[in-house]
Design a protein around this ligand. Structure first.
Ligand code: NAP
Ligand code: GCO
Length: 267
């Protein structure tokens, strides 16, 4: 029954992968505001420690674990440890991701595989690790962090687009396979967001002018601005909450309207 608690995450354990900073950190912080217990991982202890300190700075006592999301054995071990030390994972956000911006014909197969491994294989591995306990518990929420590149291509991001396109379909498949266990699996598709990952696309030029890509994205966005990680918090809370129990297999784009807009005519 829809009520004032439908957006509450009280009593829920949320695992957000790669969430020492950036989008994952913001999504986890939004979950905490709605009562969730925050668990995150990163690839080394230094980053985990920095993440714990950063959460503490905003009043969140987060549980941090060192885990490379591409390492299936380590992921299974870590999920078991979390279930023992914190509790069964009610909400999983597959956020950890990398990008390599290299023209396809100059990209090595090893580089292509690395992006696919982290951005697509890892969400499979981590989802597979948490689903059994979600089934036992009778509910679960999986949110895959997709991208504009789940729908569009652009030069130099072939591996990333392939991964994020695949992640859109993995989202729909988890929905199809586990919807009857009351597990909702949706995608959150950020537009262009100001984080370390996109910093190279926003760097000021030597003459102090804006990076051409920066101006390009602003012209392609009806909101005429880059997104911030805060813009993602509300949509993520919605997808993690009971309020979205009948939303499944959906990719919720939070892009300021980029996907709906042909782009501003150059002056
Ligand atoms: P980011 O600032 O680069 O953060 C990515 C996080 O993932 C970092 O904490 C990183 O840790 C972690 N990570 C990378 N590989 C990992 C691994 N193997 N195991 C565990 N953690 C790992 O990126 P972001 O901009 O916040 O993006 C987060 C997610 O949103 C990514 O999936 C990205 O593709 C997606 N996204 C971003 C945008 C955007 O405009 N920024 C838009 C759409 C989608 P390290 O610091 O150790 O690398
Ligand atoms: C790029 C950007 C994008 C964003 C994001 C857009 O090089 O085009 O990094 O890929 O990260 O995925 O939604």
């Amino acid at each position: 029954m829809f009520n004032e608690n439908s957006f509450s995450l009280k009593g829920k354990v949320a695992l957000v992968t790669g969430a020492s900073y950036g989008i994952g950190f913001a999504i986890a912080s939004g979950f905490a505001k709605y009562g969730a217990t925050i668990v995150f991982n990163d690839i080394n202890q230094d980053l985990v420690d920095k993440g714990i300190a950063a959460y503490k700075e905003v009043g969140i006592t987060a549980y941090g674990y060192v885990c490379d999301v591409t390492d299936e054995e380590k992921v299974n071990e870590t999920v078991a440890k979390i279930e023992k030390e914190v509790g069964v994972i009610d909400i999983l956000v597959n956020n950890a991701g990398i990008i390599k911006r290299i023209p396809m014909c100059e990209m090595s197969a090893a580089d292509f595989r690395k992006v696919i491994d982290i951005d697509l294989n890892a969400p499979f591995i981590v989802s597979k690790a948490v689903i059994p306990s979600m089934i036992k518990k009778g509910h679960g929420k999986i949110i895959n962090i997709c991208s504009m590149m789940s729908e569009l291509g652009r030069e130099t991001v072939s591996a990333y687009a392939a991964a994020k396109g695949g992640l859109k379909m993995l989202t729909r498949n988890i929905c199809s396979e586990y919807g009857n266990a009351n597990i909702q699996c949706n995608g959150l598709g950020p537009g262009y967001i100001e984080t370390p990952q996109t910093a190279p696309l926003r760097e000021r030029q030597a003459d102090g002018s804006r990076h051409p890509f920066d101006a390009f994205i602003v012209a392609k966005t009806p909101a005429e601005r880059w997104g911030t990680t805060e813009d993602l918090m509300g949509p993520a809370v919605f997808l993690a909450s009971d309020a979205s129990d009948f939303v499944n297999g959906h990719i919720l784009y939070v892009d300021g309207g980029i996907l709906a807009y042909i782009g501003k005519q150059p002056e």
